[in-house]
Ligand binder design. Structure first.
Ligand code: BES
Ligand code: ZN
Length: 621
């Protein structure tokens, strides 16, 4: 074994010595030679996966997924091993091209799990791994019937991004490595299985489902959901899955999905994935949405009843281009997935609802960005677009920087070159990098070649290096304003000066206007003021989760106890991390609140997915 570590070391030294490609400007050359992903044990330069054939059985009693993963692999000359990532997996046996072989599981590394090292010859073609998951597998959440909407059957879903796929599939768990897959999944025959692939639309009596993903994807896009689900078609290639009691509401909420698809394709070219469906999950889903190919996973907290939160679906749909088609090569480059997607999302919303509407989203996003930068400090390394997450869990770095600072950079470029030229560039970027992966450095190189050319004035006006490699917000950051929020600011001012809430002009306000209103109420208010607002605007009963979460944070900070039953209920059921963090944080800021938080968390924790548990455990330590 020692020998190949030395061989590997000298290989990477040689790799690092390669001349970087020339750039069109005189700036320091960017490192264009790729390093191995710091969040994966895989060594794709020795052997990498190409295709997965997955056979799984889902056992709700044991809370176990078990089966066989057969990988088609591609080897390099002199290869003597292939390495997979695992985290908590029990490996039963391994075969290479049909013959049993030895394998070894290396030491556990924090966040990364254990490397599965398999000796192979350079001629090896197929690696078959028989394995089982443990009940605590981090990607997987097993729900009992009480935790679902219909309360009849158990439910299971996975969340693989960023580095959790390895907790339910032995895989080369780096976004830089793409593969196609087929799967057969056996589940109890009263449930249906769905994956990030072509999906069934109805249950069958055997409980055996087959899937095909013919486009190469990265492991973080592997997904599985099993539950008692129904399907409703919404357009020629779009539809929604949800539990029986939710399906009508969900179909109504997403009625505009076919139109959204048209808007997206009009902007940046044809949708490449066949169907686009949305699966509405039980409330413990830790994110707003997850862009699993062909099947976005979504939180039920976006079912507001008035379509006011559909920009979240626009976001996940946009990932079908930025993220799923052109993929960040490592989690340090996450802004290439998320920043582009926020930009694309707002363009879709502008197309559908007009500029006024999209402006509100930009202003709300910018408020969050400013709060984050203030919180972290403007010189904090984590405010760079290109991150350094060595030794850290990339899930912990999910903040507004990649999203909103990424958006601001793209907006800066758009403003500098004009929309027409920028759109042509983005379309070209998606086309030329389709089904490939990209680093920040490679993106900058491409940007100079395809957009900036030798225009030094333009290059300096934008200053992309400053945006990507330096902390804080560059001075050329655009200003965002919203005319619709001007009316909200007026109402706020009037109320603060003493005008009764009931006589403020709030007619036709959307939830975005309400969110802006709640966010800008004074930090400190009297119980009477809170009561007056609540009586007039019914915030505590709001069906809009964004408005409710913002209001409940205010309620905590102002000890508005009338809202506490609602707060309890929210924390008990909703597992969306973006809502949980500010609420628990507000509670934990006082001794008394922290006690209350711990009390609620003691029972609510069981309802959260592991990624939310990890975050809140840390906060309430
Ligand atoms: N891909 C992300 C979710 C994610 C990011 C999971 C990083 C794990 C690690 C998804 O597209 C997303 O951004 N969701 C947002 C939605 C929003 C910005 C509209 C969320 O969950 O809040
Ligand atoms: Zn996203």
């Amino acid at each position: 074994m020692k020998f190949h570590y030395i061989a590997l070391l000298s290989f990477s030294i040689i790799a690092c010595k390669q001349e970087p490609k020339k750039q069109t400007t005189e700036k320091e050359p960017l490192p264009l030679v790729r390093q191995d992903d710091m969040h994966s044990f895989a060594k794709p330069n020795k052997a990498k996966v190409k295709h997965l054939d997955l056979h799984l059985e889902v056992d709700f009693e044991k809370k176990q997924i078990s089966g066989l993963a057969t990988w088609d692999i591609e080897t390099k000359e002199n290869t003597d091993e292939i390495i997979f990532d695992t985290n908590g997996l029990l490996i039963d046996s391994v075969k290479v091209d049909g013959s049993s072989v030895q394998f070894s599981l290396g030491h556990e590394k924090k966040y990364l799990g254990r490397p599965l090292d398999i000796d192979i010859k350079p001629t090896a073609k197929k690696v078959s791994i028989w394995y089982r998951t443990i009940p605590q597998a981090e990607a997987v959440q097993w729900l009992n019937p009480q935790q679902t909407a219909d309360k009849k059957y158990p439910f299971l879903f996975t969340q693989s991004e960023a580095i959790l796929a390895r907790s339910w599939i032995p895989c080369q768990d780096s976004p830089a490595i793409r593969f196609t897959y087929n799967a057969t999944v056996r589940v109890p025959n009263y449930l249906i299985a769905l994956m990030s692939a072509t999906n069934p639309t109805a249950k069958n009596s055997k409980g055996v489902y087959t899937f095909k993903q013919e486009k190469p994807i990265s492991s973080y896009l592997m997904a599985l959901a099993v539950g008692d689900l129904e399907y409703k078609q919404l357009g020629p290639n779009t539809g929604v899955y949800a539990e029986h009691s939710m399906i009508k509401k969900c179909a109504a909420e997403f009625e505009g999905l076919p139109k959204m698809m048209i808007a997206a394709e009009k902007l940046y070219g044809p949708y490449q994935w066949g169907r686009y469906d949305v699966l509405v999950l039980p409330p413990s889903f830790p994110f707003g949405g997850m862009e699993n190919p062909e099947l976005t996973f979504a939180t039920p907290t976006i079912i507001a009843g008035d379509r006011s939160l559909v920009s979240l679906v626009a976001h996940e749909l946009a990932h079908s281009w930025s993220g799923n088609l052109v993929t960040n090569a490592s989690w340090n480059d996450m802004w290439l997935n998320e920043g582009f997607t926020v930009y694309f999302e707002r363009r879709i919303m502008e197309e559908m609802e007009g500029k006024d509407y999209a402006d509100m989203l930009s202003v709300l996003g910018f408020q969050e960005l400013q709060a984050t930068i203030t919180d972290l400090g403007p010189t904090n390394e984590d405010t760079k677009l290109k991150l350094n997450l060595r030794g850290r869990n990339p899930d912990d770095a999910v903040g507004d920087i990649a999203y909103e600072k990424g958006f601001c950079l793209l907006k800066t470029i758009e403003n500098a070159v004009g929309r027409q030229r920028f759109d042509a560039f983005v379309t070209n970027y998606f086309n030329t990098h389709a089904f490939k992966t990209i680093t920040s450095e490679e993106f900058i190189d491409y940007y100079y070649k395809e957009l900036i050319g030798n225009d030094k004035t333009l290059a300096e006006k934008i200053g992309i290096e400053k945006w990507v490699f330096e902390p804080g917000l560059p001075a050329n950051c655009p200003k965002f304003n919203s005319t619709r929020f001007d009316a909200v600011d007026t109402a706020l001012e009037q109320w603060i000066k003493g005008k009764p809430a009931s006589s403020l002009t709030t007619k036709n306000w959307s939830s975005h206007e309400w969110l802006h209103f709640v966010r800008h109420l004074p930090d400190s208010m009297t119980p009477e003021q809170m009561k007056e607002l609540d009586k007039t605007f019914k915030f505590t009963e709001s069906g809009n989760s964004e408005v409710l979460a913002a209001w409940l944070t205010l309620a905590i900070n102002n000890h508005y106890v009338d809202a506490y039953p609602s707060l309890n209920n929210f924390l008990e059921h909703v597992g969306r991390r973006r809502f949980l963090i500010p609420l628990y944080k507000a509670l934990a800021s006082t001794e008394e609140g922290k006690k209350m938080a711990k009390g609620i968390y003691a029972s609510a924790r069981a309802n959260y997915h592991s990624v939310a548990q990890v975050t809140i455990d840390e906060m309430l330590k």
